[in-house]
Design a protein around this ligand. Structure first.
Ligand code: MF3
Ligand code: CO
Ligand code: CO
Length: 293
């Protein structure tokens, strides 16, 4: 096994890729901020069916991009693949043109590629993936007026046993968090379960980025913590709710900062990170994953 790379740095971002005018855009594209969502997080069966369609496209796109995570590919090429896949399925890639924080640029690409110590929101660019890298791909599809959001971690080549363990534990943590999302409980149970499981392996769960309500809005305002936030985030889980569970686990400290690009979030100690994300709907009998291919 060749040694893993030292650290990630900014590459060159290609021009914004086109979207045919026939594909409907989310309301925020071209604006400086997304509209405030006031419609709540419990949706009608008809809305949930539409979210199911977007979620499936997002899941298929994630699988397609994931197949291309190999040493030598650029993160820009991964974006091209995801961008074209989503358009080919008649959907809009929700991150493209998503407004940034005040005075910051909109996100310029169809997906996020977050490599190694990048926690999330990495911008696809000329960065070349190397053997052993952990590449988090986060892709969201918008069609029928609703979004479906998901993320996976892919190791380029084999990866170290440590990287493999981090990825597996993060996936298992997400699934445990999802299973805990039972009607009648508070959403903070999800974070409690995730953080507790991560800590068994010595991993820290990121606090500053969370899961969220999703559907007619990309981010509805509902927060799903991935740590024990009680007594905060006490919203009660109800049938018809749709939200994401998307833990980010770190090999070291979860303390983090953002690059001056206004997006890329990295661990302060440069410890490596894995993330998985599903969009789920709560039924009378428990959670159902929507982001399945
Ligand atoms: N898909 C991410 C999430 O899980 C959000 C990315 S927003 C972007 O919430 F602008 F960074 F792309
Ligand atoms: Co996402
Ligand atoms: Co999300």
């Amino acid at each position: 096994m060749s040694p893993v790379r030292e650290s990630i740095s900014k590459g060159t971002v290609t021009p914004v890729r086109d979207v045919p005018s026939s594909i409907p855009r989310p309301e925020y594209v071209g604006k400086t901020r997304a509209a405030l969502w006031t419609g709540g997080d419990v949706h009608s069966p008809e809305t949930i069916e539409r979210i199911r369609v977007s979620a499936r496209i997002a899941a298929q796109a994630l699988a397609e991009v994931g197949r291309h995570v190999v040493p030598g590919v650029t993160t820009d090429e991964l974006d091209r693949i995801g961008h074209e896949f989503v358009l080919d399925h008649g959907a809009y890639p929700s991150t493209l043109g998503y407004p940034g924080a005040a005075g910051r640029p909109a996100f310029p690409k169809a997906l996020c590629t977050s490599v190694n110590e990048v926690i999330c929101h990495g911008i696809p660019d000329s960065t070349v993936i190397e053997e052993g890298d952990i590449v988090k791909v986060d892709i969201t599809a918008f069609t029928g007026g609703v979004h479906g959001d998901n993320c996976g971690s892919f190791i380029a080549g084999e990866g170290t046993p440590e990287a493999q363990e981090l990825v597996q534990v993060t996936y298992d943590a997400m699934m445990r968090g999802i299973k805990a999302a039972q009607p009648g409980r508070e959403v903070n149970i999800i974070g409690r379960v995730i953080e507790k499981y991560a800590s068994r392996f010595g991993f820290e769960s990121v606090r500053s980025y969370t899961g969220h309500g999703v559907g007619p809005a990309f981010h509805t305002g509902l927060v799903i913590p991935h740590y024990d936030a009680a007594p905060h985030h006490a919203d009660v889980i109800e049938p018809g709710m749709v939200f994401t569970v998307e833990p980010m686990l770190c090999m070291g400290s979860e303390e983090n900062h953002e690059w001056d690009d206004g997006w890329t979030v990295v661990t302060d100690d440069h410890s490596w990170v894995a993330q998985f994300e599903h969009t789920i709907v709560i039924t009378e009998t428990g959670p159902e994953i929507l982001t399945l291919p």
